[in-house]
Design a protein around this ligand. Structure first.
Ligand SMILES: Cc1cc2nc3c(=O)[nH]c(=O)nc-3n(C[C@H](O)[C@H](O)[C@H](O)COP(=O)(O)OP(=O)(O)OC[C@H]3O[C@@H](n4cnc5c(N)ncnc54)[C@H](O)[C@@H]3O)c2cc1C
Length: 407
C-alpha cells in the first residue's frame, strides 16, 4: 500500500492548489480525481469563468501558477453595479468601483475555468513530492488510530496521516463521514454563456440587478464577455431552448447596447444554485475544503476565492504543525483550521444570501431602499474602498500564501 502524509480526494480548482501548497512545503501528498484530466481541460466540460480576487492572484503567484495563467486572464479595471428591469434603462443610482482609486492595476482578474485548471495541472506535474492519480475515484475511507486508508475505484489502497475531501458540492466522503450540512436550493438557475461584442469592454465588469436575479457581464480576453445570468428556475428552460436569434434578442434586452452589437458565441450552460455549509469542517484525520465545505450564491463571484482561502489556511496550519513536530492529522491541529475558516465561510455565505434576497425582486419599497444604498455607498469614498478591499479578498485574517508569501 502506498503511504503519504496527505491524501486529497478531488483535484478541482481547490484540491490542486492545496496539493501544490502542501508538497512545496515538504509534505508528501497525493491527489486522486475521478475525472480524466483531458476531459476537464476540454472547452466542452465547464463553460464558466471565475473572478479571481487579488488575494487569490497573490496565492497563485506564490505557488508558481499565475505566470502560466496570466496571459489568459483579463484584468478587471472597473466594476459598475446598477439596479433595473429587463428592457428598461438602469436606475440612475449606481455604484462604481475603479482600480485606480486604490492604486491597483486591477480589482481582480477573469479567467476561464479550463485555463485555471490547465495552469494548475502544469504546476502539479512538475512538482516534486506530489502525485496526481486521475482518473481514480475515492470509493471509501476508513479512519484508524494513526492514519486514514482510502480505497480507489482502480482497486488501489492509499494510506495517509490525513485525508482531505475537496470533492465538490455532492461530496461522497462528507456523507460517508456522516458530516451534516445546512442548506437550501435557490428558486433560480445560473445561465452561463460567452458573448462576442463589437466594441471593447475596456476591462469593465457589470453587475446588473434584475428582478429575477443578478445579471453579470464579466470581461474576458478579446472582445468577449462571460454572462452569468441568474434567472427564475421556471423561466430558465425556455430561455435555454431558444434558437440563436431569440436568445440574442433576450440578451440584448438585458445587456443594453453599450458594447455595440452582441451575439452569443458557443454553448449555453446552466447550473442549479444552492447554499450549503457543513456543520463540521474537521474530524480526526479528516478535513473538508472548497465547495465540499460550503456552497454559495454566485452573486458576488466569491465561491472559488473562498475555497482557495481554505486551501491556503489548511496548508499553513498543517505545515506549521509539521515544522513543530506535531501530528498533522490530530483533531487539535485540525480544529485550528476549522476555527479560522468556518466562521469566515458562514459570514460570506450569509451575506451573499442576503444580497440575493434584497436584490432579486421587484418590490417597490425595497427597490427604493437598495437604490438609496447604492447611491450612498457610491458617494462615500471610504465605504467604496471598503467594498473594493472586500471584493479583492483583503479582509479577515489572511493566510501567508494570500499575502504572497510561501506557505
Ligand atoms: C454559475 C456559477 C458561477 C460561478 N462563478 C464564480 C466566480 O466568478 N468566482 C468564484 O470565485 N467562484 C465562482 N463560482 C464557484 C466556483 O466555481 C466553485 O466554488 C469552485 O469550482 C469549487 O471548486 P472545488 O474544487 O471545491 O469543487 P469542484 O470544482 O466541484 O471539484 C471537485 C472535484 O472532485 C472530483 N471528485 C468528485 N468526487 C470524487 C471522488 N469520489 N473521488 C475523487 N475525486 C472526486 C471531481 O471530479 C472534481 O474535479 C461559480 C459557481 C457557479 C455555479
Amino acid at each position: 500500500m502506498k503511504r503519504f502524509d496527505v491524501l486529497i480526494s478531488g483535484g478541482g480548482m481547490v484540491g490542486l492548489p492545496l496539493g501544490l501548497a502542501l508538497a512545496q512545503g515538504g509534505l508528501k501528498t497525493v491527489i486522486a480525481d475521478a475525472a480524466p484530466p483531458a476531459k476537464m481541460l476540454d472547452p466542452g466540460f465547464d463553460g464558466r469563468v471565475s473572478a479571481l480576487a487579488y488575494a487569490s492572484v497573490r496565492m497563485l503567484t506564490a505557488l508558481g501558477v499565475w505566470e502560466r495563467l496570466a496571459p489568459d486572464a483579463q484584468p478587471i479595471r472597473e466594476i459598475l453595479v446598477s439596479d433595473g428591469q429587463a428592457g428598461k434603462p438602469a436606475s440612475p443610482f449606481s455604484l462604481h468601483f475603479d482600480a485606480q482609486e486604490v492604486g491597483a492595476e486591477a480589482l481582480g482578474y477573469i479567467a476561464e475555468n479550463r485555463h485555471i485548471r490547465a495552469a494548475l495541472y502544469q504546476a502539479v506535474v512538475s512538482c516534486p513530492n506530489l502525485e496526481l492519480m486521475a482518473p481514480a475515484a475515492v470509493k471509501s475511507l476508513t479512519v484508524e488510530g494513526a492514519g486514514a486508508v482510502a480505497r480507489l475505484d482502480t482497486g488501489e489502497e492509499i494510506s495517509a496521516t490525513l485525508a482531505v475531501a475537496a470533492d465538490g458540492r455532492e461530496s461522497m466522503l462528507r456523507s460517508q463521514m456522516g458530516i451534516q450540512i445546512i442548506g437550501w436550493s435557490y428558486p433560480q438557475t445560473g445561465i452561463v454563456a460567452t458573448v462576442e461584442h463589437e466594441r471593447p469592454h475596456n476591462g469593465v465588469a457589470y453587475e446588473h440587478f434584475l428582478p429575477s436575479g443578478p445579471f453579470a457581464i464579466l470581461p474576458m480576453t478579446g472582445n468577449r464577455s462571460s454572462l452569468v445570468w441568474t434567472e427564475a428556475k421556471a423561466k430558465a428552460p425556455a430561455l435555454l431552448a431558444l434558437d440563436e436569434a431569440g436568445f440574442n434578442d433576450e440578451l440584448a434586452r438585458r445587456f443594453g447596447n453599450h458594447l455595440g452589437k452582441t451575439r452569443s458565441a458557443g454553448p449555453r450552460w446552466s447550473y442549479p444554485l444552492s447554499f450549503h455549509l457543513a456543520r463540521e469542517f474537521v474530524r480526526p484525520r479528516f478535513a473538508l475544503a472548497g465547495d465540499c465545505a460550503h456552497g454559495i450564491h454566485p452573486i458576488a463571484g466569491q465561491g472559488l476565492n473562498l475555497g482557495l482561502k481554505d486551501a491556503a489556511a489548511l496548508a499553513e496550519v498543517l505545515l506549521d504543525a509539521g515544522r513543530l513536530g506535531r501530528d498533522i492529522g490530530a483533531l487539535d491541529t485540525l480544529k485550528r483550521y476549522e476555527r479560522w475558516r468556518r466562521f469566515d465561510s458562514f459570514a460570506l455565505a450569509a451575506s451573499t444570501d442576503a444580497l440575493n434576497r434584497l436584490f432579486s425582486n421587484d418590490i417597490a419599497p425595497l427597490r427604493h431602499l437598495r437604490d438609496l444604498g447604492l447611491g450612498i455607498v457610491d458617494s462615500i469614498g471610504p465605504a467604496r474602498r471598503f467594498f473594493m478591499r472586500h471584493a479583492g479578498g483583503d479582509i479577515g485574517k489572511l493566510p501567508r500564501l494570500m499575502k504572497g508569501e510561501a506557505a
